[in-house]
Design a protein around this ligand. Structure first.
Ligand SMILES: O=P(O)(O)OC[C@H](O)CO
Length: 410
């Protein structure tokens, strides 16, 4: 059999599901064998991939997260298009068979799909049903409503909210949800951008409120580590947590209480018709430098991964959304959402109205820009800096990253 490696960043229960899928694929036929290899978190996986590519030892398939998309898509000769690999190996490919929200995030400037949006997620609000019921409140739809909800929760002795992944939730998806531009050149889709637009009055207003919520005891800030914020929810230190829909499966096991999900809140004062969020998570890229036989194996595996049954299994186990219409329909027809309405919230949010600025972003060296966001958020929360100064610092760093990146691809 032709053997290929799949480097991925899925730890814990997500990693178990990845391994189960690889095992099933290997058992389903005898021509190809895929070996999944866990390389650490998203940042570590992209770093390992870049080093391996430079050394001519890249794996056939690598999982790269949203923030690293520009790096791999613009790096000449690094990745082959998933669309080409499938078609060249005799499989059907129709971009319209993918659900709207996931079609173009990993596409190139000509809308050709480069990375397969394997694990697509979106930020959702998880809430502890008992705590909200105790305070007599419902999960807030808007941030305006959140302020009343949080006060009622506080009166019952609860901290209302924690949230993971500040760049993804409070910066990138904040712009999508309110349909706000976040960088020039169409958020980086129509050319190499020069300017990130984070220093805007809406984001400033939002972050000033977040700081005020922290000071008022509405918001628990547990730092930059994803798990620390999620754990606060699991340990019932907070009543609500904003995290990835991809955490749904894990929470079902780790939380010993009944929880629900609802859409990411928005500011009615900014956009009363708030719409869809960006997808998050990661895509699978086929790296250059392999043999035709190996790409045949890659195509067979990608074809297996996009099958409705495989997608439905992945969605059920993890909470990542079904990426094809067929998989979404299969879940509906199977009665999965009738029995588990909270499991549909992510995919429904990704199906809300699209706007001019909801397609995604393509920003070079954005992984480094996220580091600046984490750093400045820590400083805002500790009172070391003002929101305005923080946003200026982030923009300066982000624009420098764009400039450096442009030099590498020219
Ligand atoms: O936790 P995930 O996989 O849903 O990813 C969230 C963000 O998109 C990562 O950049």
């Amino acid at each position: 059999a032709t053997e290929i490696e799949w480097w991925h960043a899925m730890g814990g229960s997500l990693g178990d599901t990845v391994n189960a899928m690889a095992t099933e694929f290997n058992a389903s036929q005898s021509d190809y064998k895929i070996t999944p290899i866990y390389k650490g978190g998203y940042e570590e996986t992209i770093t390992a991939g870049i080093s391996a590519f430079r050394a001519g030892e890249a794996p056939a398939i690598i999982q790269i997260f949203d923030a690293g998309a520009a790096t791999i898509i613009n790096a000449k000769g690094a990745a082959l298009s998933v669309e080409d690999i499938l078609v060249d190996n005799g499989y059907e490919f129709d971009i319209n068979s993918y659900v709207p929200g996931v079609r173009y995030f990993y596409a190139d400037a000509n809308d050709k799909m480069i990375g397969m949006p394997f694990n697509s997620s979106t930020p959702v609000l998880y809430y502890n049903k008992a705590m909200l019921a105790d305070a007599g409140v419902k999960p807030p739809k808007t941030w305006e409503e959140f302020e009343t909800t949080a006060e009622k929760l506080k009166q019952k002795g609860y901290v209302a909210l924690a949230q993971s992944h500040t760049p993804w939730i409070f910066f990138e998806n904040f712009h999508s949800r309110h349909d706000l531009q976040m960088a020039d050149k169409d958020n980086g889709f129509s050319g190499l951008p020069n300017k990130v637009m984070y220093n805007n009055k809406h984001l400033k207003m939002h972050l000033e409120h977040v700081k005020a919520w922290k000071d008022a005891g509405y918001y628990g800030y547990y730092g930059r580590v994803w798990g620390d914020n999620e754990n606060a929810f699991v340990k019932k230190e907070v009543a609500m947590w904003i995290g990835s829909s991809g955490s749904f499966g894990g929470l079902k096991t780790s939380a010993d209480f009944d929880f629900g999900t609802s859409y990411l809140p928005y500011w009615e004062s900014i956009n009363k018709d708030a719409g869809t969020t960006f997808i998050g998570g990661a895509a699978l890229f086929a790296m250059a430098g392999h043999t035709d036989k190996e790409y045949e194996a890659v195509a067979a595996f990608f074809n297996y991964l996009t099958k409705p049954e495989t997608q439905y299994f992945w969605h059920r186990e993890t909470g990542y959304v079904p990426i094809t219409n067929a998989a979404y329909n299969l879940a509906k027809d199977d009665g999965y959402y009738a029995a588990n309405p909270d499991a549909e919230v992510g995919i429904k949010q990704l199906s809300l109205d699209e706007g001019e600025w909801t397609k995604g972003y393509r920003l070079g060296f954005y992984v480094q820009t996220r580091e600046s966001i984490y750093r400045e958020m820590d400083r805002i929360m500790s009172g070391e800096t003002t929101v305005e100064a923080a946003l200026k610092a982030i923009e300066t760093d982000a624009n420098r990253n764009l400039e450096r990146f442009a030099r590498t691809v020219k």
